[in-house]
Design a protein around this ligand. Structure first.
Ligand code: UD1
Length: 431
């Protein structure tokens, strides 16, 4: 199995290109099931998650061609299977998102429940409730969701009790081909929702209001093939921005959308970084000789501070001057990185959904273990700032969501490399 070795204490400098968003690409890939025509996604990241979803889509009858770098050509002229088995879904939760598109296109689907995962229970009740309102008959048995809509889905009023990115996206995909109007209230507003709406609208869907709490979808009879560029990955960009602010130096992130990180920039500035934004770039600079300042943080649905950047920001707070309170409001149990950061000398007290981080002058490199995707990048960030060598094991978590991480960071001056310690780790379940 691979591990990542980092020799810390070097300032970063140079440019880091930002890839297309994993969280958008995987929804767009699932949405390509909605048409029998060819869909080309450009700016697609090459990641473990896109590969795993691609394998499932092939099982369902789609051809998936990733021969051209950055582009993915998807074509499902016919759906040949409507089953997403446990072994696929357990490795990547977002494979669950094929349920709605299959139901909308062929009126039935059998998809394994994703089950619990390392960052909390993460149920799918809101997804199933929305599909039921759209007329699907849903049975849960033996760990599978069996859903039927032989006469097609119909438009419905869906009021989400709280904001869910996945349930909003799932409902949009299903409603695109339903009969009549669907209204989603208290919808998520993440940029990936806007990207999905743009994608579906170019295919011929009628979706209004994406990016606001109310989304209206007029169902259409069919959708056609298109070429679409995946939105830049704001979480990858945010993680590298925090890495630059933690290690010090000056880094320019390219090919990104700074407007999608409006909750991050003020906090980085408060922590002592200079942040210069342009249309598609952000430059983050911080004097490596001075410690960052402690800043409090609370995660919120977009446009608030993203939960996916909570762990990276906590890594920076570990070496801050002062104490920082980090409050997680989206997921329970999303502080697993705290105990690994403490192995590197961090002082963190976790109480329920709140962590108090008391900054120390120096972290020390140590063997640590990645526990989930976003937690693992926090260990990379801590490793960049630490004295000595950090070894991160279970890097298949990083490979789910960070394209060419070692290459991008070493291009900006980091001493980081991947070491193969034997085995490929492919049997490990992903969080
Ligand atoms: C997506 C992102 C993930 C990000 C999260 C929040 C993808 C692939 N993943 O996850 O990176 O951290 O948004 O920004 O896009 N919930 C329920 N019932 C449901 C659905 C959700 O109780 O049916 C709860 C979840 O357990 C969680 C909260 O709602 O506590 C928000 O989850 P949600 O926004 O749905 O996150 P995901 O779509 O799973």
């Amino acid at each position: 199995m691979d591990s990542i070795r980092i020799t810390g204490g070097r300032a970063l400098s140079g440019a880091i290109p930002i890839s297309g968003a994993k969280n958008s690409a995987i929804k767009l890939m699932a949405a390509a099931l909605l048409t029998d025509e060819k869909v080309v996604l450009t700016n697609t990241p090459r990641l473990r998650d896109t590969r795993l979803l691609g394998e499932l889509l092939v099982d369902l009858g789609m051809s998936v061609d990733d021969g051209t770098p950055g582009a993915l050509t998807l074509h499902a002229p016919e759906i040949t299977s409507t089953i997403a088995p446990y072994d696929r879904v357990r490795k990547m939760r977002a494979t669950f998102n094929v349920l709605g598109p299959l139901l909308a296109r062929v009126g039935r689907a059998e998809v394994s429940l994703p089950g619990g995962c390392a960052i909390g229970a993460r149920p799918v009740d809101l997804h199933l409730d929305a599909l039921t309102r759209m007329g699907a008959a849903i049975e849960l048995s033996q760990g599978y969701v069996r859903a039927f809509a032989p006469a097609g889905l119909r438009g419905a009023q869906v009021n989400f009790p709280f904001v869910s990115v996945g349930a909003t996206e799932h409902s949009m995909m299903a409603a695109a081909l339903a009969k009549g109007e669907t209204v989603l209230e208290n919808a998520a507003r993440e940029p990936e929702i806007g990207d999905l709406a743009d994608f579906l609208n170019s295919m011929g869907a009628k979706i209004e209001g994406a990016g606001t709490p109310t989304i209206r979808i007029q169902g259409v009879e069919r959708l056609s093939g298109i070429t679409h560029a995946v939105v830049p990955d704001r979480i990858e960009a945010g993680a590298y921005a925090i890495a630059a602010a933690t290690a010090g130096g000056e880094v320019t992130l390219t090919g990104m959308n700074p407007a999608h990180l409006s909750a991050l920039w003020p906090l980085l500035r408060q922590a002592g970084a200079d942040v210069t934004l342009a249309d598609t770039t952000a430059t983050i600079a911080r004097d490596p000789a001075a410690r960052p300042q402690a800043v409090d943080l609370e995660t919120q649905p977009y446009p608030g501070f993203p939960t996916d950047l909570q762990a990276p920001f906590m890594a920076m707070m570990c070496i801050a001057d002062g104490a920082s309170i980090v409050r997680e409001t989206i997921f329970e149990n999303r502080f697993m990185h705290a105990s690994e950061l403490m192995r590197m000398g961090a002082r963190i007290d976790v109480k329920g959904r709140e962590a108090v981080v008391r900054g120390v002058a120096t972290l020390r490199g140590a063997p640590v273990m990645a526990t989930d995707l976003r937690a693992s990048v926090s260990l990379v960030i801590a490793g960049l700032a630490a004295e000595g060598e950090t070894q991160i094991s279970r890097v298949y978590h990083l490979d789910r969501g960070f394209e060419r991480l070692e290459e991008k960071l070493s291009g900006a001056g980091a001493a980081i490399r991947r070491v193969n310690d034997g085995g490929d780790g492919s049997e490990e379940a992903a969080a």
